[in-house]
Write a protein that binds this ligand. Structure first.
Ligand code: SF4
Length: 77
């Protein structure tokens, strides 16, 4: 465990993705509002016609080695 990584196996949603060693630090991805986040999201249409990201197949925020990538992306804003 470090300031870049922790895993909460007691979470009711764990494991939220099909992966070992899920970093829970960025449970809600801080890059969600960035269009070119670098993740492999799909765009789906809500019932109100609005496009939203479906990030269910992306593991960027949940890998410890991506901490610096996320901080860098946020600092570019
Ligand atoms: S979870 Fe992945 S695809 Fe979704 S916003 Fe974050 S980086 Fe982008």
């Amino acid at each position: 465990m470090s300031y870049k990584y922790f895993e909460n196996k007691d979470c009711e949603f764990y494991p939220c993705h099909n992966s070992e060693n899920i970093n829970c630090l960025f449970c809600f991805c801080p890059l969600y509002l960035i269009k070119n986040c670098g993740g492999n999201f799909n765009v789906i249409k809500e019932s109100n016609g609005k496009d939203i990201k479906d990030c269910s197949s992306c593991l960027i925020p949940h890998k410890a080695e991506n901490y610096d990538y996320i901080i860098k992306k946020l600092s570019e804003r």
